[in-house]
Design a protein around this ligand. Structure first.
Ligand code: GRF
Length: 213
């Protein structure tokens, strides 16, 4: 399986995926890492592991349409089986999502369908939630609204702040995302053209619910 990872920042999820590929937990190859930020630390992580990188910055294109065209062309060229968004801060065009239907996944730092969009940790605190966590979902044209593949939750304590929640979420994401990608790579999970199939049965609507320590 040919995986392409899209990032914008630190790339700690990218690192977890690289590590899982290297120890063969994910039987796949990361053929390219694409960033929309030249300064993304994740690019260095990729280079350290000899993974080819591409930087595509919006400022180098006349407008959003041109940028989206270039990104789509770049993704087509990779012939990716699975496109993994790992902190990629750009909403993919509808054309792009359509072209790769069922092949793009994202990790979102909240228990979807709660808290789509940004500032999820503070919003979970403000809403006095008892639990928080992370969700891996299929990417569709609507932001953070595609089918839920898997979630991992943990309790929120009185002492939690947005910072501690971010740390806790990342800690579980580093286990959650590689585990989902491994399911795709081992064909236990696949998109049948309409929806996701998990071990020959339709994936439950609420996704797979996992617990990590
Ligand atoms: C993660 O928390 C992910 O859920 C969100 O962006 C963050 C990326 O972090 N989409 P990193 O760059 O992988 O460290």
């Amino acid at each position: 399986m040919n995986i392409v990872v899209l990032i914008s920042g630190d790339g700690s999820n990218l690192q977890a995926i690289i590590d899982a590929v290297e120890d063969n937990t994910i039987p796949a190859t990361i053929t390219r890492v694409i960033s929309n930020k030249a300064s993304a630390f994740g690019l260095e992580r990729a280079q350290r592991h000899h993974i080819p990188t591409t930087v595509l910055q919006k400022k180098h294109f006349a407008n959003r349409e041109k940028y989206d065209e270039a990104l789509l062309a770049c993704l087509k060229e990779t012939q990716a089986d699975l496109i993994v968004l790992a902190g990629f801060m750009h909403i993919l065009s509808a054309t792009c999502v359509q072209h790769f239907t069922g092949k793009i996944i994202n990790i979102h730092p909240a228990l979807l369908p709660k808290f789509r969009g940004l500032h999820t940790h503070q919003r979970a605190l403000d809403a006095q939630e008892n639990t928080h966590g992370s969700t891996v979902h299929l990417v569709t044209a609507e932001l953070d609204a595609g089918q839920i593949i898997a979630q991992a939750a943990f309790p929120i304590t009185d002492k939690d702040t947005a910072d501690t929640l971010e740390r806790k979420v990342k800690h579980i994401e580093h286990q959650l995302y590689p585990k989902v990608i491994a399911l795709f790579a081992t064909e236990q999970l696949h998109f049948d053209g309409r929806s996701l199939v998990y071990n020959h049965s339709p994936l439950p609507m609420q996704g797979l619910q996992w617990a990590f320590t």
